[in-house]
Design a protein around this ligand. Sequence first.
Ligand code: SAM
Length: 333
Amino acid sequence: MKYAFLLYPHANIRYRESLKALAVEELRMTLAALGRESEVKTCEMGGATFLTFDASKLTARDVRMLSQLACVYVMFTMEDGQMVPMESSHPDYVGEDLPSLLKYKGKTNEMFTDTMMTMALAASDFMPVHDSQLIVCDPMAGRGTTLMLALRRGYHGVGVEIGKADVKEACDYMTRYLEFHKIKHKKSESSLTVKGKLGGRETKFVFSDTAEHFKDGDTRTLRMILGDTRDTAALLKPESVHLMVTDAPYGVQKGTAGKQDSIGGTLGAAMEGWYTALKRGGVLAISFNTYVTKREQIETLCEKAGFEIVKTNNLEHWVEQAIRRDVVFAKKK
Ligand SMILES: C[S@@+](CC[C@H](N)C(=O)[O-])C[C@H]1O[C@@H](n2cnc3c(N)ncnc32)[C@H](O)[C@@H]1O
């Protein structure tokens, strides 16, 4: 059977071109994880871009997983030159707008991050795990784009972020969102110790899509930790998260204690803790600016910590004049 998936249009043509390679890889990796290795091609029809592939009839489970593809707008089957739309079957757990409403400088494009999350899931051993069990960590969470995307899918999210203002903004936004939409929830705060000293502060949200589910304990959790990602081993339990999806800072940034620290330095100091927090079979997806950090450097740091690099097609793409982005996927075997 032939399938044609229409990609989301993007207003910026260079960005649209950039996302094409990611879209192909997102679909290819997901099909492979579903046991349906297939060659994915791009083609233009009626002025729009489609991904096409051949496969035997997709099951309901396949369609559910494919409905999560971040770059795909509508899925079609193609028979005798006729395109028939397929029903998307992955309902959003919370509103579709949760990851997109909050706008700020330095925010990572949601579609790109969502693509990374799909690819990380496809490369992990956790594709069969039910949404309600999956925990996604962003160890450099900013204002939480990755975490909000995870919550939208019905996963749990845990973020570590060193910027006080970023954590506050993320938590205030989450509070406003839950209250505005009258989503049943509980919010709590606690302090975390690192090496016997106060080393982090956690804000925890527990919520449900419906009041009945909340009453039954069928809930999702967002934990936002104000702390240093280099302390991950102390902040998160070992083998407690399924996926780690993060965007490394795009330029040189300040480390803790006001010291100027290179991105490589921060990642190097954090990597072992990240490895410990990830479950076996889990995947770390890390995007970076190739003008600042080199792929070989990140791959070496991952391998030194025990990760195995997941091979993908070239994903390097233009973002803006000062940013060319690439992604490394690394698996904990
Ligand atoms: C590219 S931004 C992430 C943006 C995020 N994806 C978003 O959309 O909001 C990188 C983040 O890493 C954080 N960061 C840098 N060093 C850190 C450290 N040692 N511990 C925790 N977070 C750190 C920065 O404060 C920044 O918010």
